[in-house]
Design a protein around this ligand. Structure first.
Ligand code: NAD
Ligand code: TYD
Length: 358
């Protein structure tokens, strides 16, 4: 079997690690080179228990997407058949307090990666089956009112430094497709949830706070709506787009599960109270309304009809079942959660991986 080398950036993060796990098990002919800078969000424990045969098809490189020389060495060594680019600063609240890091990695890093990928692609005589796939967000479209959904042609209108940086990187990816012919793909997805999500995002944060009997912070009045997507459904969609998507195209990916923040928080309280045999309503007493996030987008909703029509993808997991599975994962993986909270996960690199620059 001929092996294909694929560069995955940000594969130690939440979605990247779920994607690597899915891809290694579904595609025995793929060899994945996982380039990750291991910021606070990168955690090699997310990939610690890969089966032996899969470990051999996963090569971790500790490095930064802004390091053009390292990227050039990797492209030379592995002659990648494609790139799936997850690496980013991903948390809106952090982008409000430290926007520069978002410009540096999300915009600067993506441009460096594009430039090196383009040079390598030209050197390989422009293979038309090469793919540069940028994993992006629905937040680039800005905020919806009570009605409607984002399509692939909705104008960009980002509100936060995070979404502005992702919008800029999408524009650069599209420009490299149009200007230089690089076969690019962009996916814009809604809010993911599931295993291995860093407990700063709403769902894992609330699960953790319920278990610790801490306040559950709800921004504003809790009426903001997100369209929740189970990460394993997202990974299936990414695989379809990477393998079958038309170069130059954008595909929106959504879970078709719109919920307000307050609905999510109450549902998590209900599930955990039931798991712990506590009377209904016990954990809801922890709900605390706090000052709203500045520039907080009111509603996101995805029209995913294009990916369904062209590639036959639709989410396989119902929201209620996947949310329960997510709670159960966190309940069973308290060691993982404690490792993240204590900072112990930062030692994974030294303990478990030999760092090979290239
Ligand atoms: P994450 O924050 O969990 O992981 C990001 C990963 O990128 C980490 O492993 C981090 O170490 C790595 N990284 C950061 N800066 C880097 C750099 N300069 N060089 C190399 N590696 C670097 O993020 P996530 O939730 O897994 O999101 C992955 C991608 O999906 C991001 O591009 C994000 O914008 C996009 N996205 C996420 C969501 C979501 O709900 N989580 C929704 C839509 C789109
Ligand atoms: P988040 O998980 O940060 O994702 P995003 O901002 O990218 O959509 O937040 C999801 C929603 O939950 C968003 O409307 C903000 C809200 N939220 C809270 O109300 N409290 C919190 O502590 C967090 C982290 C988010």
């Amino acid at each position: 079997m001929q092996t294909k080398n694929i560069l995955i950036t940000g594969g130690a993060g939440f979605i990247g690690a779920n994607f690597i796990r899915a891809m290694l098990s579904l595609r025995p002919d793929y060899h994945l080179v996982n380039l990750d800078a291991l910021t606070y969000a990168g955690n090699l424990a997310n990939l610690a228990d890969l089966p032996q045969d899969q470990q051999q098809r996963h090569h971790f490189v500790h490095g930064d997407i802004r390091d053009g020389e390292l990227l050039a060495r990797l492209f030379k060594k592995y002659a990648f058949a494609g790139v799936i680019h997850f690496a980013a600063e991903s948390h809106v609240d952090r982008s409000i307090t430290e926007p520069q890091a978002f410009v540096d990695t999300n915009v600067g890093g993506t441009c460096t990666l594009l430039q090196v990928a383009l040079a390598a692609w030209n050197e390989q005589r422009r293979p038309m089956d090469f793919r540069f796939h940028h994993v992006s967000t629905d937040e680039v479209y800005g905020s919806l009112g009570a009605e409607g959904a984002f399509t692939e042609t909705t104008p960009y209108d980002p509100s936060s430094p995070y979404s502005a940086s992702k919008a800029a990187s999408d524009h650069f990816v599209r420009a490299y497709g149009r200007t230089y012919g690089l076969p690019v793909l962009i996916t814009n997805c809604s809010n993911n949830y599931g295993p291995y999500q860093f407990p700063e995002k709403l769902i894992p944060l609330v699960i953790d706070n319920i278990l610790a009997r801490k306040a559950l912070p709800v921004y504003g009045d809790g009426s903001n709506v997100r369209d929740w997507l189970y990460v394993l459904d997202h990974c299936q969609a990414l695989l379809q787009v990477f393998e079958k998507g038309r170069p130059g195209e954008t595909y929106n990916i959504g879970g078709g599960a719109e919920r307000t923040t307050l609905q999510i928080v109450k549902e998590l309280c209900r599930i955990i109270d039931a798991r712990q045999g506590k009377p209904a309503g016990t954990s809801e007493a922890l709900i605390t309304f706090v000052t709203d996030r500045p520039g907080h987008d009111f509603r996101y909703a995805i029209d995913a009809s294009k990916i369904k029509r062209e590639l036959g993808w639709q989410p396989e997991h119902s929201f209620s079942v996947a949310l329960e599975a997510t709670v159960d994962w966190y309940l069973c993986q308290q060691e993982w959660v404690e490792g993240v909270k204590s900072g112990e996960y930062r030692q994974w690199l030294e303990l478990n991986y030999e760092t090979r620059a290239c």
